[in-house]
Design a protein around this ligand. Structure first.
Ligand code: TMP
Ligand code: ZN
Length: 414
């Protein structure tokens, strides 16, 4: 890896509106990259830690990071696989039906997925016989998609990439960007690309974690270097309007702790769903810096409470492990300084992560089998976004008196 200072830059203006009215409300401390899982032979080498501070723009109300780790550092090799989590597979099947029904797509329709990961989403469109192309910068993951028969361009999506794709395959009827829009620093470059590639009456669909859920459910651990923006609908409308596009509709969807699916077209009317979300955001005072200062203080109190609980259980001689080596788990473990003194190990279903160690805190990761063979008294649920599915899946563990610890919205044993 290159020197740490060569991997990061710092913004001084808001990435949506360009204002300098930016105010820090939360500092999670120097933190390693959330998906930078380590091999055993790397554990003694120095690890890169970067500032992880969240800011509020008092002009367009975007919540954002200003310390930008270069995407080439984070996304050229990637450990996260969409297809590793069953709830994501189900979610993407539902998204496909939603789009096909509402935008009257035909067999001739062409669908492009930005940040297509292992092709899980496009496989659904492909089943309906539509033509698809994925754009995925991580070469290890692009290859997995290709192996499944999902044609994938191994690159970052930007204006230049859009021009190439459009020239080769023609304009797209649907462009998808799920869990990738919040990862992008230069949003206008992406949107110029979308503008070039999208057919005249095409639709651009993004899914991003919803700021209102982050605040209401104390999802502070979803803040990590990959997530540069924490969107509400207000700054999104601001952004798209600037580029001459209209947010025509929005829905709340349950993934990643609560997300919004946003539909954008060149022309059209804002639906009443958009107006409803805007008024919800106003009521929740998402336009006030005080809201974020209060949140920052609550995050600190949550950490204290969680650590008191974990130390008490440990003091009683309990065996505790982690469930799901999630990226947000990296934030939580690093911010709370939880290491192998508290968690014996973490289990995760992603093959890439197994056998590795968590960034910063160096907790070993094992396949799920270990959890069943060597069960703990308590499992800290780092994949809390899948709580329902996981509690159901692990009913046998729970029947045998195994307990889960939910870290948020407030630490709780169940
Ligand atoms: P995500 O919250 O970013 O989707 O990541 C979820 C992580 O949790 C991913 O590494 C897969 C893992 N996982 C499990 O280990 N077991 C499970 O039952 C589920 C649903 C996910
Ligand atoms: Zn702004």
């Amino acid at each position: 890896m290159s020197k740490q200072e060569d991997c990061i830059s710092r913004r001084v203006t808001c990435r949506v509106c360009g204002s300098k009215k930016l105010h820090k409300f939360l500092s999670l401390g120097p933190t390693p990259l959330a998906n930078n899982f380590l091999r055993k032979d790397q554990l003694d080498s120095p690890e890169a830690f970067y500032p992880l501070d969240a800011y509020f723009c008092s002009n367009c109300y975007l919540v954002q990071l200003l310390d930008i780790v270069y995407p080439t550092v984070m996304f050229k090799e990637y450990a996260y696989l969409t297809g590793a989590s069953k709830p994501m597979r189900t979610h993407f099947a539902e998204l496909t039906e939603d789009v096909i029904q509402n935008f009257k797509l035909s067999k001739n329709s062409f669908v492009v997925d930005i940040g297509s990961n292992d092709g899980t989403l496009l496989q659904n469109f492909s089943k309906y016989g539509l033509s698809t192309i994925g754009i995925e910068p991580a070469s290890n993951i692009a290859q997995l998609a290709e192996d499944k028969g999902i044609q994938t361009v191994n690159d970052f999506f930007d204006e230049e990439c859009a021009v190439r794709v459009c020239k080769e395959y023609g304009p797209a009827n649907v462009i998808l960007a799920t869990n990738v829009f919040a990862h992008v620093d230069d949003l206008e470059n992406i949107l110029r690309g979308v503008n070039h590639l999208l057919s005249n009456n095409g639709v651009f669909i993004i899914e991003v974690p919803y700021l209102l859920n982050l605040l209401n459910n104390m999802e502070f651990d979803t803040i990590y270097h990959e997530h540069l923006s924490y969107f509400a609908i207000y700054p999104l409308i601001y952004l798209f309007r600037k580029l001459g596009m209209v947010v025509v509709d929005v829905r709340q969807v349950p993934v990643h702790g609560g997300s919004i699916r946003v539909f954008v077209q060149r022309t059209g009317e804002q639906s009443k769903n958009v107006a409803e979300l805007l008024s919800m955001e106003q009521e929740a005072k998402l336009d006030s810096f005080q809201t974020y200062l209060k949140f920052g203080n609550e995050v600190f109190l949550l950490k204290e409470k969680l650590m008191r609980l974990l130390k008490m259980l440990k003091g009683e001689g309990a065996k505790i492990t982690g469930y799901g080596a999630t990226a947000k788990g990296s934030t939580l473990l690093n911010y709370c300084k939880i290491g192998t003194d508290i968690l014996d190990y973490i289990t995760d279903t992603t093959p890439f992560k197994q056998g590795l160690y968590t960034p910063g805190r160096h907790i070993p990761i094992f396949p799920e089998k270990k959890f069943h063979e060597d069960p703990p008294d308590y499992a800290l649920l780092l994949a809390w976004n899948y709580a329902d599915e996981i509690l159901q899946k692990e009913s046998e563990y729970r029947q045998k008196a195994g307990k889960f610890i939910l870290p948020i919205p407030e630490p709780k044993v169940i």
